[in-house]
Design a protein around this ligand. Structure first.
Ligand SMILES: *Cc1c(COP(=O)(O)O)cnc(C)c1O
Length: 361
């Protein structure tokens, strides 16, 4: 069997050793005589799995003790509502920076529950850069400032966190979680759908500072209140058991095989660097993002000719480089090179692009 190099924005590749471990443990998890998919989430053996997943995440991300880690469902999209319902309850105001479609969806959802305000946007240039902000731009009364740290569709990442003064920062880190170290203590809350860098689809990770719990609006459904899940150790109802188990395997891989987030960052910089260097020197392909806002995870590029773009996507797929078509709002191509994409996958993609340029340039 030959595996393809999958450049999908999500769900995306998982490390081969993780898949092999999951396969080896499929029929009999550690002598339990059953797979993790089948076992009761109230069993002792499953409690061990979710406990080690949390402990590993805390260790790998260096999460301070005064933060809760929640394993939820509903995707990052459910957080677009949970964040305002739980946090927009002081002044009832929140500031949003619009750096793409996900940030905009988060803002629109928040506007249903309170006074959400757009502080800055990069829509004027198809979200190809991260807008600059100053401390004075933010409402000191706002309950929080919401950002999307890495913009999956447009391939941008904040070069530095915005200075929001005393206003707490909330970030969607769906497409950059675990890609490099992050100072959790700078945030009131972080959230991520797991299907880009952590696990199969179906798991959402929330990391929330304890003093932001217990402020939810009265209308908040029980299932959408962070307190419900924090008090129940993410076991208020049946959690996404299998996804949490794979999350544990991915974290073991990250810690033991990769060597942690500093090492992961170096590998990610190497991979992204190879592709950006090629794009910067190519006569056919060019990147679409301003240099100081470039993402390590999602790299959009174009030839400037739609027919040639389509030809490239088709020929690349035939050669084993799949899901390179760009998002419809940007066009062209996008290579998502999450943690599990091997260096060799990017090397081979660049070689393929160089050959395509020779033949079509
Ligand atoms: C994929 C993605 C989402 C949507 O996640 P779901 O889990 O499908 O709801 C939100 N934000 C960002 C930054 C994403 O990359």
């Amino acid at each position: 069997m030959s595996r393809v190099y999958n450049f999908s924005a999500g769900p995306s590749m998982l490390a081969e050793s993780v898949l092999q471990k999951a396969a080896a443990e499929m029929l009999d998890y550690e002598g339990s005589g059953q797979s993790v998919m089948e076992m009761s989430h109230r069993s002792k053996v499953y409690q061990g799995i979710i406990d080690s997943a949390e402990a590993l995440l805390r260790q790998v991300m260096n999460i301070p003790d005064n933060y809760k880690v929640l394993f939820l469902q509903g995707g990052a999209s459910t957080q677009f509502a949970m964040v305002p319902m739980n946090l927009m309850t002081g002044s009832g105001k929140a500031d949003y920076i619009i750096t793409g479609q996900w940030a905009n969806k988060a803002y629109k959802e928040a506007a249903r529950y309170g006074k959400a305000r757009v502080v800055a946007s990069s829509q004027d240039k198809t979200f190809s850069y991260i807008p600059q902000t100053k401390r004075e731009d933010f409402d000191p009364q706002a309950d929080y400032v919401h950002i999307c740290l890495n913009n999956t569709i447009y391939g941008t990442k904040y070069p530095a966190l915005p200075d929001t003064g005393d206003v707490p920062l909330v970030a969607d880190i769906s497409s950059c979680i675990l890609s490099e170290p992050i100072d959790v203590s700078r945030f009131a809350l972080l959230y991520a759908g797991a299907q880009k860098n952590v696990a199969p689809a179906g798991l959402t990770i929330v990391i929330v500072r304890e003093d932001f719990l217990g402020r939810a609006m009265d209308i908040t459904p029980t299932m959408l209140n962070y307190v419900t899940h924090a008090e129940a150790g993410s076991m208020f109802n049946t959690p996404p058991c299998w996804c949490i188990y794979v999350c544990k395997l991915v974290l073991e891989w990250l810690r033991d095989e990769i060597g942690g987030l500093e090492a992961m960052k170096a590998i990610n910089e190497k991979k992204a660097g190879m592709l950006y260097d090629f794009l910067d020197s190519s006569r056919l392909f060019k990147g679409t993002v301003e240099k100081n806002s470039r993402s390590l995870m999602n790299i959009p590029f174009v030839t400037g000719n739609e027919e040639l773009d389509a030809k490239f996507v088709k020929e690349a797929a035939a050669a084993g480089f799949v899901n390179l078509k760009g998002h419809r709002s940007v066009g062209g191509m996008r290579a998502s090179i999450y943690n599990a994409m091997p260096v060799e996958g990017v090397e081979k993609l660049v070689a393929f692009m160089a050959q395509f340029e020779k033949e079509n340039g």
